[in-house]
Design a protein around this ligand. Structure first.
Ligand code: PEP
Ligand code: MG
Length: 592
C-alpha cells in the first residue's frame, strides 16, 4: 500500500501500531507549538471561565517551572535556575493578574488574548527603554507568554474535543495521554513516537488504540475529518467513503465479538496445556485501572508504577498521604494476592519538560539514581509503602528501578531496614516480610546476574528498557523503530541468563515489560523458563488463551528457534508459521 493516497476520500496513511484496536471517530489535530490568538470577544457569561483558565494555566506553568528549577539546582546549573526563577517572578507578578483580569472584564476577550496583550505591554516597555540588559529579558518574557497561552488553549481544546475524538499529533507526552484518556479520547495518531515509549504504554493501559510513525498525518489529516484508526492493519484512513465505512463497521463488530469470545478464558486456570502454572499479574499505572485486576482475573500486581503520582504534582516532591492512598487502593483491589510496588522511575521520557535538559535522558538521571540523590523522595516512598504494607502482611514486594550497580540496591535495602525500624519504634505496625527486588533492565546487571541473585529477593525483567540498552536503540525514537527488537537473540540471552540465575539461587523471576503481553512472545518466554508474566490486565485473556493451548516442550522449541535466529526475517517467518498453526488450533477449539 502506498504511504499516502491523496484522493478526497479514503485517504490512507501507513503507520505502526503501538496499541492495537480499531476505532472510527473525528480527527482532532493537536499541536502544542502554534500560538494563534483568537481576538473575537466572548459572551459575558463566559468571562469568569476565561479568568479560571488563566489561573489554571498560571498554576500549571508555575509547577513546571518549579520542577525544572529544582532539576537545574540538583545539577548545579545556576544559570538555568536563575532564568527560571526570573520567569517564575514574571508569572507571579500581581500586576500581570490585574492586567489579564481587566482585559477580560473590560474588553470581553478570551484568556489567550488578554495574556498576549498583557505581555505585549511589558515587551513594549522594555523596547522603549532601550536598555540592553533588559533586552535580554525579552525572550524570557515571550517564553512565559507562550507557555501560558499554550496551556490555556490546550485546556479549552481538550475539553471541547468530544467523546469521538481521535487525536492527531506530532508526538504526545505521557501526561497528554493521561489528559486525553480522562477526556474520553478514542484513539491517537502520531507522526513520530516509539512502540514502548511511556506515552504508548499509558495509551495501552488506558485501552486507547494508537498508531505512531504516520509520517504525513499532520500535513494530510484535517481537523474534523472522519477518521478510521485501524491498529490491526497499521493504517489510518481519513474521509472514508460509504463502502469503506460499512466495511470497517463490520470489522469493528467482528472484533467486538472476538473480544466477547475471549471472555470464556477469563475464569480458566492460568496454566499450559501440560499443566504448568504461569502466574499472570497486572501492570498498573493508575488508580482507575485497579478494577481491571479483578475483571481480567490478574493474580495480583506484578508492577505498580508509581511515576504518575509525581507527574500529576508539580515539583519533584511526593505527598506521602497521596502515595499511601494509591498503595491502599492497589492492595484492596487485588484480593489476597501479591502487590509489587516499583519505586519512582521518572527520568528518561517520563519527566515532562526536564528531558530537554539532558542530552541523553535515558542514560541519565533516572530511577534509583534520582532516588539516591534525592533521599527525601526515597524515604517518603519507603515510609508510605511500609505503612500500608503493615496493614497487609505478607503481600508486599518492592521493586527498585534502573539499577546499574549492586551498591544502589544495597543502599535502598539499608534505607528500607532503617525505615521499618523507625516506624516500629513509633508503634506503627510493619510487615517484617517485605521482599525487595530489582528490575533487570540494564545490560551490566544482566551480565552479572548471579551476583545480584545472591542478594535480592526477586528479579523482574523490564524488556522495554533491556531492549533499548542492549541494542542501543532508543525505545521512543521512530527513526530506528525497526531496530527495536525485544526478541533479538541478545535480549533473549539476557533473559535466559536471568531465569537460570533465578533457578540457581531460588529467586523468582518475572517479566513485566510489554513483551510479556504478546501471545507469541509469552510462549517463547515460558519456553525460556519464565513462570511469572505481568502485563496490562486487559491483555491477560489473550495471553492465557495461547498459554493454555501449548505444552512446555513446544514452547521450548519456539524459544530455541528464536534464540538461534540470525536475521529479523527469520524471526518473522517463525512467528508467522506459528500464527498459522495457532489460528488452526483456535478454530478447532471453537468447533469442539
Ligand atoms: C521496562 O523497562 O520493561 C519496564 C517494565 O519499565 P518501564 O516501561 O516503566 O520503563
Ligand atoms: Mg524500565
Amino acid at each position: 500500500m502506498p504511504e499516502e493516497q491523496t484522493n478526497t476520500s479514503n485517504i490512507t496513511l501507513k503507520g505502526t501500531t503501538a496499541v492495537t484496536g480499531l476505532v472510527m471517530g473525528v480527527a482532532r489535530v493537536y499541536s502544542r507549538g502554534n500560538i494563534n490568538i483568537n481576538p473575537d470577544p466572548v459572551d459575558e457569561a463566559r468571562l469568569p471561565e476565561e479568568k479560571t483558565k488563566f489561573e489554571q494555566a498560571r498554576k500549571a506553568v508555575g509547577a513546571t517551572m518549579e520542577r525544572l528549577s529544582d532539576f537545574a539546582h540538583s545539577r548545579n546549573d545556576s544559570d538555568t535556575r536563575d532564568i527560571l526563577n526570573a520567569q517564575h517572578g514574571i508569572l507571579n507578578d500581581p500586576e500581570l493578574e490585574i492586567m489579564v483580569h481587566q482585559a477580560i472584564d473590560e474588553r470581553s476577550v478570551r484568556a489567550e488574548k488578554a495574556i498576549y496583550d498583557a505581555f505585549q505591554h511589558y515587551i513594549d516597555l522594555i523596547k522603549a527603554s532601550e536598555k540592553s540588559f533588559l533586552m535580554s529579558r525579552l525572550s524570557d518574557l515571550r517564553d512565559v507568554r507562550d507557555r501560558l497561552i499554550n496551556n490555556v488553549q490546550q485546556l479549552g481544546m481538550i475539553a471541547s474535543f468530544g467523546k469521538n475524538a481521535v487525536m492527531v499529533a506530532e508526538d504526545v507526552s505521557p501526561i497528554e495521554v493521561i489528559t486525553f484518556a480522562r477526556n474520553g479520547v478514542k484513539g491517537i495518531v502520531c507522526t513520530s513516537g516509539g512502540l514502548t515509549s511511556h506515552a504508548s504504554i499509558i495509551a495501552n493501559a488506558m485501552g486507547i488504540p494508537m498508531i505512531i510513525d504516520a509520517k504525513s498525518a499532520m500535513r494530510t489529516l484535517r481537523d474534523g475529518d472522519t477518521i478510521i484508526l485501524d491498529g490491526y492493519g497499521n493504517v489510518v484512513i481519513a474521509c472514508p467513503d460509504e463502502e469503506m465505512t460499512s466495511s470497517y463497521t463490520r470489522m469493528i463488530k467482528k472484533y467486538k465479538e472476538e473480544e466477547k469470545r475471549l471472555r470464556h478464558v477469563i475464569d480458566k486456570p492460568s496454566e499450559t496445556a501440560c499443566g504448568t502454572r504461569i502466574l499472570l499479574q497486572a501492570n498498573i499505572d493508575f488508580e482507575e485501572e485497579v478494577l481491571n485486576i479483578e475483571k481480567y482475573r490478574a493474580e495480583g500486581i506484578g508492577l505498580l508504577r508509581t511515576d504518575t503520582l509525581l507527574m500529576n504534582s508539580g515539583p519533584l516532591t511526593m505527598d506521602r498521604k497521596r502515595q499511601e492512598e494509591f498503595c491502599q487502593t492497589a492492595f484492596s483491589g487485588s484480593g489476597s494476592s501479591q502487590v509489587t510496588i516499583r519505586l519512582l522511575d521518572v527520568g528518561g521520557d517520563k519527566l515532562l519538560n526536564i528531558k530537554a535538559k539532558e542530552s541523553n535522558p535515558f542514560l541519565g538521571w533516572r530511577g534509583v539514581r534520582i532516588l539516591l540523590d534525592r533521599r527525601e523522595l526515597l524515604l517518603s516512598q519507603l515510609e508510605a509503602i511500609c505503612r500500608v504494607a503493615g496493614r497487609y502482611p505478607g503481600r508486599t514486594r518492592i521493586l527498585v528501578p534502573m539499577v546499574s550497580n549492586l551498591e544502589e540496591f544495597l543502599e535502598v535495602k539499608r534505607e528500607l531496614a532503617g525505615m521499618q525500624k523507625n516506624l516500629q519504634k513509633k508503634g506503627v505496625p510493619v510487615d517484617p516480610n517485605i521482599v525487595l527486588g530489582i528490575m533487570v533492565e540494564v545490560p551490566s546487571v544482566a551480565l552479572q546476574i548471579r551476583l545480584y541473585a545472591e542478594h535480592v529477593d526477586f528479579l523482574s525483567i523490564g524488556t522495554n528498557d533491556l531492549t533499548q540498552y542492549t541494542l542501543a536503540v532508543d525505545r521512543g525514537n521512530s527513526l530506528i523503530a525497526s531496530l527495536y527488537q525485544p526478541m533479538h537473540p541478545a535480549v533473549l540471552t539476557f533473559i535466559a541468563m536471568t531465569v537460570n540465575a533465578g533457578a540457581e539461587f531460588h529467586v523468582p523471576v518475572a517479566v513485566c515489560g510489554e513483551l510479556a503481553s504478546e501471545p507469541f512472545a509469552a510462549l517463547v518466554l515460558a519456553g525460556l523458563g519464565v513462570r511469572e508474566l505481568s502485563m496490562t490486565p486487559r491483555l491477560i485473556p489473550k495471553v492465557k488463551q495461547a498459554l493454555r493451548l501449548y505444552h512446555i516442550p513446544e514452547m521450548k522449541k519456539l524459544s530455541d528457534a528464536a534464540m538461534n535466529c540470525l536475521t529479523t526475517d527469520e524471526l518473522k517467518r517463525i512467528k508467522s508459521d506459528w500464527l498459522a498453526g495457532y489460528k488452526e488450533k483456535l478454530k478447532k477449539q471453537q468447533a469442539d
